[in-house]
Design a binder for this molecule. Sequence first.
Ligand SMILES: NC(=O)c1ccc[n+]([C@@H]2O[C@H](COP(=O)([O-])OP(=O)(O)OC[C@H]3O[C@@H](n4cnc5c(N)ncnc54)[C@H](OP(=O)(O)O)[C@@H]3O)[C@@H](O)[C@H]2O)c1
Length: 266
Amino acid sequence: MPLEGKNAVIYGGGGAIGGAVARHFARDGARVFLAGRTIATLDAVAAEITAHGGRAETARVDVFDSDAVEAHAEAVAATAGGIDIALNAVSVMHDQGTTLAGLSIAEFMRPVDGFLRSLFITSKAVARHMGGDRPGVILTLSEPGAKLAMPGLLGHAASAAAKEAFTRVLAAELAPAGVRVVGIRPHAVADAPAAGSYTGELFAPMAAASGLSVPEFLDGALAGGTMLKRLPELAEIAEMAAFLASGRARNVTGTIVNLSGGALVD
Ligand SMILES: NC(=O)c1ccc[n+]([C@@H]2O[C@H](COP(=O)([O-])OP(=O)(O)OC[C@H]3O[C@@H](n4cnc5c(N)ncnc54)[C@H](OP(=O)(O)O)[C@@H]3O)[C@@H](O)[C@H]2O)c1
């Protein structure tokens, strides 16, 4: 059990990626604390975990409410004895496809502000409960947009690149305390829309513009643009997160793991 005795906080734990990672963390022995705005979806993931013998607790927390996030982290640390692992898997709906002339400043800033603000608030809340005599791990999620030069991705790409920069710099800051910070960059996740992800709605206009359903769009245009001609699946992201959170990855920090199937060359 590589995560035995570890306490993991997952923001967006009722979502497609957050839920999948929570199940894998619990499978590997972690006690998971799921945070999000909708208690029903969090409880559904927790019920599945406990039904399989795992330990999961849920809390209604809005990641943009820094006081609430701080109070939740404080409560988790007090109850469980510390925080060892944290993942921010919160989604921020945003535009993809609109170029500069048609893009408003508000729409451009929406993913930049939303993703960065939530990453800052959650990282700050957990970091002070990590490290010292027990090493900590903060995992982040980005997108291939961090590296893509394609029209219509100004806000998305800027936010993705900023999340990766945040990951690297925070890793340098927290390394002396024994905390690793590692990013995971999936491509569009093949089975996420079917699991209720916001990406179903995000990709719908682009799919419709090509006369395709969302699954056809993912299978065709997006998977076709990767070296392996396939997109990552939720279980593959969760396996990588569980590996990176474990001591088996104890020398890995300040980097981004590219799970895109080779959408880009680093
Ligand atoms: N899915 C993909 O294809 C993909 C690819 C690359 C990277 N990613 C990254 O992974 C993240 C998660 O993706 P996903 O597919 O798992 O999204 P998702 O299924 O839509 O899940 C996101 C979760 O975030 C929660 N959330 C949203 N706003 C929140 C807030 N203010 N406070 C607390 N929780 C909030 C949502 O629950 P409530 O609304 O109930 O709070 C939801 O459970 C994305 O945002 C992105 O950064 C995803």
